[in-house]
Structures are given as C-alpha cells and as structure tokens.
Design a protein around this ligand. Structure first.
Ligand code: DGL
Length: 267
C-alpha cells in the first residue's frame, strides 16, 4: 500500500502550489496530479456543481489506485469533503483544515482574515474550521477573485496587482487582523505584494505548506510513507495541455513535461 501514489486534484494549475510543497516535504512519494482545466474556474460555480466535479476528479484518481486523495483546491475543499468521504474509503485531505488550525494557533489578537474565491468565502468553511479550534476568534472573509487571473498572467510584481491588492485588502487592514489565511491555491504566488500591502506584522498562512505537513503526518501515522529517495510525478488535464504546461511551470517552480489529456466519467 505504501508504494501507491498520492492522488492530488485541483480545478487547474493552482494545486501545483500544493504539489510543490508535498514534493518538498515528501520527495520519495509518487504523485498523480489531475487539473480539471476544461472546467476551471471552480471559484465562481455553485456548490452542487463543484461537488459533482470533485467526485468525478476523485473517481479518476481512485482508478489509479492512489493511497490518499489530496483536494488541492480551496473551493472544492470548502464544499466537497463530506461527499468525497462518503463515496471513497481512502484518506481524504483538504486544504482548509490545516490552514485554519495554524491560523487559530498563531493569532495573538484573535482577529484573523481569510481571502479566497467567491465560492470559498460564501461557504464560510474557513470560519467554521477556525471556530472548531476556538469559537471566540473573530474571522473576517474577503473574496479576491481577480487574484486568480493576475497570478496566472504572471503579474506577481505589477502595479495593477498592487492596486488590486490595496482595494481588496483594505477591509482587512481596517479590521486590524494579525493573521491572514491565503485561502486559494493561487495566492502564495502573490505573497510579496500581499505582505507589502498588509505590513510585516501580519502573519501570512500558506494553506499549501500546512496541507503538505498534514499529508506527511497522516501518511506517517498510517505507516504509508514510501521509502524511496525520489518519486515519479504524472500530470493529467481535461483540456489540451498547452496552457497548463506554460502557466503551470511558474506555479511548480519547474518545467512541466509529459502532461496527458484525459476525459472524466460523468457521475
Ligand atoms: N483552485 C481554486 C481555489 O483554490 C482557484 C481557481 C478556481 O477558481 O478554480 O479555490
């Protein structure tokens, strides 16, 4: 069982930030990654649709006999985890819980900000997860939808991105938060601008890093860690791979080669 791969899925390239952290912490693991590029973005879709997409993506990975599912998409994690746990009998890790736990543990003032897609913010999944750790914490959620195309455009240090960040983050600054959860796969790429706008005293919580730690701990406690020096990575997408390969390289911090286009079965 430990020899099996970890299955990771996202709506597109964003989950590669999570994959990068998993590879950094667990270099010996084989990973099968699926980007549902034909149906991206998930962040603007209804919860019912995102749940269906997530089930279809997970079914594809389960056919690859993976030992664990990582939902490397905040929007899918915010609405689809119960359905995934009901349909599949392998460990399912989402990106919400690990980031929420770290934010709750690290805040000093008790005021936490969360930024994410419209879908993630509407679901209030981060607020619920933070309140499960400590119900007295004050959580303010702000959707930042334009951050997704800006990150994909590679405008990581661009005046337009800076202006957008100032606009989106103003309510969080006014609320004097001391901890900010980057609740979307794309936002770690914009860390520098977000930090510059929020100020050095606000702690940024990168859900990707925290999720990779949870993956490592969960595999270790189930004796499922693969004992190898390096693992194999396979990439699948639901649209032609050209754009995924081009944009994904920046998210992964490495060249993306051999990406294969597949079709998902309907559920
Ligand atoms: N991966 C999505 C998330 O983390 C962002 C992109 C999308 O909307 O599909 O919420």
């Amino acid at each position: 069982m430990s020899e099996r791969a970890i299955g990771v899925f996202d709506s597109g390239v964003g989950g590669l930030t999570v994959l990068k952290e998993i590879v950094g912490q667990l270099p010996g693991e084989d990973i099968v990654y699926l980007g549902d590029t034909a149906r991206v973005p998930y962040g603007t879709k209804s919860p019912q649709t995102v749940v269906r997409y997530a089930l279809e993506a997970a079914a594809f990975l389960v056919k690859h006999r993976v030992k664990m599912l990582v939902v490397a998409c905040n929007t899918a994690s915010s609405v689809a985890l119960p359905a995934l746990a009901e349909h599949f009998s392998l460990p399912v890790i989402g990106v919400i819980e690990p980031g929420a736990r770290t934010a709750a543990a690290q805040t000093r003032s008790g005021r936490i900000g969360v930024i994410g897609t419209e879908g993630t913010v509407k679901s209030a999944a981060y607020t619920a997860a933070i309140h499960r750790c400590n119900p007295s914490l004050d959580v303010i959620n702000v959707p930042c939808p334009l951050f997704v195309p800006l990150a994909e455009e590679g405008w990581l240090d661009h005046p337009v991105t800076r202006l957008t960040a100032e606009e989106y983050l103003a309510p969080l600054r006014a609320h004097a938060i001391d901890t900010l959860v980057l609740g979307c796969t794309h936002y770690p790429l914009l860390k520098n601008i977000i930090r510059a706008v929020m100020g050095e005293t606000v702690r940024l919580i990168d859900s990707a890093e925290e999720t990779a730690r949870t993956v490592a701990e969960t595999l270790a406690s189930a004796y499922l860690l693969r004992q190898a020096a390096s693992g194999k990575r396979s990439f699948f997408v639901t649209d032609v791979p050209t754009r995924f390969e081009k944009v994904g390289g920046a998210f992964l911090g490495a060249d993306l080669l051999g990406v294969e286009q597949i079709e998902l079965d309907w559920i």
